[in-house]
Structure formats: C-alpha cells, structure tokens
Design a protein around this ligand. Structure first.
Ligand code: PEP
Length: 255
C-alpha cells in the first residue's frame, strides 16, 4: 500500500458471539495490537454486543464497527437500527452492502447508497462492500459489476464526505471459501476502483482506503498488502480468534 494511507483492518464477526464472548475477544484483540502504532484496527460485533464492546474499548486503539444500518433516523421501521443509534452506542464505522446482505437479504445498490449517506450524516465512516460473483468473473464482467456498485454506492456523496468512506473489495467467490483472490487479482480491481474514484474526486482518490476481503489470513495478508492499492482487510473467519486476527494485523501492517 502507499505510505500516504494508514493500513486498516476490520474484523467482521458476523452472527457470532454472546456479549461475554464478544467482550473477551475484543479485549484480547486490543491487548494484542496495543503496541502497534502504524495501523488502524476495528472489530464489528453483533448489534447486541456493540455498546458493551465499545465501552470496553473506549480508551484503547481498537474502534468498533456495526455490520449494517438503516437509512432513516426514526419511525415505524420495526427491527431497523439508525446510524445515529450506532454512533450513540459507540460505533465509529458501519459495514454497508456486505455480499451476505446483498445475496441473502436482497439488498440493492440503491439501498447501499441510502445507507452510506445516512451513515455519513451521523458521523460514521461507512465501509462499503463491493465485489463480483464467480459467474460474473467467469463471464468477464468483474470490472463492470464493481464499477456499477461503486458508482451507485457513492451517488450524491460530496468530496468532503468521501474522505471518510472506506471501500472493501470482496469478491463473493472468496468470502468464507478459503480461496482468496491472488494479490495480482486484488490489485487489478483495487486499482480500477481508485481510478474510478479519481475520475470524480481526483484529490480524494489517493487518500481513500480500499480494503481487501475474502479469506484473508495471517499467511496471505503480507502478500496482499504488498500491492500498491491494497490498504487493509475486511476479515471474517480469521477475525473470530484473537490469535489469528492479531497475527494477521501484524503481518499485514509489517510491509
Ligand atoms: C467477510 O465476511 O467480509 C469476509 C471477508 O469473510 P472471510 O474472511 O471469512 O472470507
């Protein structure tokens, strides 16, 4: 990654963990990374553990992300959580448009954009996920799909707000499969995303962090991070053990 951008690793815990388990994992992650200076680290517990984990981590270097949000502030939207409520609970980031939300819950590009804009209004940094399916890659549609997702997600987001956006490139075929994109495959798409953003915000693009997600592990993090446009990781499975997540962060931020 370029020296201008601080590496950023976010552990996406998905639907895992009681409050007690989340606190224990968060505490171990904080203790494991507390001596590292040149990297940003976040964890994304389930909604039920957000407040407790944020309280536990409030004095340390590790920040807290939510895994999703709604775009409205309040009202008759049973089951939804507003970005301002997440900020109130202590979150600094929110993951938006994860492929599991898109594939399992029918989340569309337009909803991703509404959520990203609402998160920014609430002072949160959205981590916007994009990525192609295996069928799209095999059909040569990777760049077209990613371009459509990036363009839609960033519609009507001004340059000042764009400074706070993080993009996560997560090829769907690599998520939870144990099959990561090669560093070259990741770099090709990360570079494409940065060029696309440079087209609309040339001053912001060199500073915008683009994370890789998809079976990132301690033993492939360093090679992925050696690529010029890979600035960190959104990490699922390997973030559920403090030992592997801390090792991954150390490996990834050592390049
Ligand atoms: C993810 O869920 O964002 C992810 C990248 O998962 P995994 O690391 O398990 O592939």
């Amino acid at each position: 990654m370029a020296a201008a951008r601080r590496p950023f690793f976010c552990g996406n815990w998905k639907l895992n963990g009681s409050i007690a388990e989340s606190l224990a994992l968060a505490t171990d992650v904080r203790n494991g990374v507390s001596s590292l200076r040149d990297v940003d680290v976040a964890v994304a517990p389930s909604f039920t553990a957000l407040y407790a984990v944020a309280k536990r981590l409030e004095d340390g270097p590790v920040t807290v992300a939510a895994q999703d949000c709604f775009w409205e502030e309040k009202g008759a939207f049973t089951g939804e959580v507003a970005p301002s409520q997440l900020a109130d609970a202590g979150c600094k980031h929110v993951i938006i448009g994860h492929s599991e939300r898109r594939q399992l819950f029918g989340e569309l590009d337009a909803a991703v954009n509404l959520k990203a804009r609402a998160a920014l209004r609430a002072g949160l940094a959205p981590i916007i996920c994009v990525g192609e399916t295996l069928a799209e890659r095999d059909a040569g549609e990777t760049m077209g799909r990613v371009q459509a997702q990036v363009d839609a997600a960033l519609t009507d987001i001004d340059h000042a707000s764009l400074e706070r956006v993080v993009i996560a490139y997560e090829p769907v075929w690599a998520i939870g499969t144990g099959r990561n994109a090669t560093p070259a495959q990741a770099q090709e798409v990360h570079h494409f995303i940065r060029s696309r953003i440079a087209g609309r915000a040339p001053a912001v693009a060199p500073r915008l962090r683009i994370l890789y997600g998809g079976s990132m592990k301690p033993d492939n993090a360093r090679a992925l991070m050696a690529e010029a446009d890979v600035d960190g990781g959104l990490v699922g499975g390997a973030s559920l053990s403090a030992e592997s997540f801390v090792r991954l962060v150390k490996e990834g931020s050592a390049t």
